[in-house]
Design a protein around this ligand. Structure first.
Ligand code: ZN
Length: 277
């Protein structure tokens, strides 16, 4: 390769990796956060009002960067409105507050269906046979840069924030998980956190699996016992929606997630006079 060709490749890579993203970032943050979006989030996203001022500003920046970077696609005849995009982005970005991670770098496309959607697939059986199955899904996260959501369920979860179920938090937790290279319930961690993560997660996962087998009532959705990746997505939903209950019933798990997510959602739901200083 000639020197000139090599220089051109370096210049092009610099442009694509640094110059254009920085420009897009500047442009996304140039105008103030729209008042209509602020009002929408205050009306529809329960934790928004409880965020500290700096956290709220951070979330507003993250939402704008998310929207500048990701593409939304309406499926099944759905017209994805600006309100839908902002509400989905804001919930996804709750997972990124106070963290230096980039904004779901592997994710490009968010597909939104009006309601639950059907996925055709194959089921492999122990005897080696395969059958065609179709499953009805509320959301799905693919490593290959895609999240699929049912708007009906996103909308319902916004109305019932605090019931422990949230399809956006669930699917975007899968995205964080996949950033480590495989979706296995262990996202990218600092080296000092890894041992404790494995110890606490293994114990809690096995505890949920045993409770689910015995059909006991659990705070955590028993669906989390189906695989470690689902466990991480389920505990993320509980951490953000029912932090007090998680902290009371699973204190080690709560403090592990508190360190990982770098927020204390319990504070968001307290009256200002009850917040810890
Ligand atoms: Zn899942």
């Amino acid at each position: 390769m000639s020197l000139l060709a090599a220089l051109l490749i370096v210049a092009l890579a610099t442009l694509l990796l640094f110059v254009l993203p920085a420009r897009r970032r500047r442009r996304a943050l140039a105008a103030p956060f729209p008042a209509a979006w602020d009002a929408l989030l205050a009306r529809r996203l329960e934790p928004y009002a409880g965020l500290e001022k700096a956290e709220r500003r951070q979330l507003q920046d993250l939402v704008r960067l998310f929207l500048a970077d990701k593409q939304f696609h309406g499926c099944g005849g759905l017209d994805v409105t600006e309100e839908m995009r902002v509400l989905i982005a804001a919930q996804a970005c709750l997972l990124l507050l106070n963290r230096s991670s980039r904004i779901f770098p592997g994710l490009q496309h968010i597909l939104v269906y009006p309601g639950a959607f059907v996925r055709e697939g194959e089921e492999w059986h122990e005897d080696g046979t395969v059958s065609e199955v179709s499953s009805e899904l509320l959301g799905e996260s693919w490593d290959a840069g895609k999240v699929i959501l049912s708007w009906e369920d996103v909308d319902r979860d916004l109305d019932h924030f605090g019931d422990g179920f949230n399809v956006v938090l669930h699917e975007f937790a899968h995205q964080l998980d996949s950033e480590s290279g495989s979706e296995n319930g262990t996202p990218v961690l600092s080296a000092s956190d890894s041992d404790e993560w494995v110890r606490v997660m293994t114990r809690e996962y096995e505890g949920l699996a045993t409770a689910a087998e015995r059909e006991e009532e659990t705070l955590l959705d028993p669906y989390g016992a189906s695989a470690p990746a689902e466990f991480f997505a389920v505990i993320t939903e509980t951490f953000f929606e029912l932090p007090d209950q998680l902290s009371a019933q699973h204190p080690e798990l709560f403090s592990l997630l508190r360190r990982y997510y770098r927020v204390d959602p319990a504070q968001w739901y307290r009256a200002p006079e009850d917040k810890l200083q």
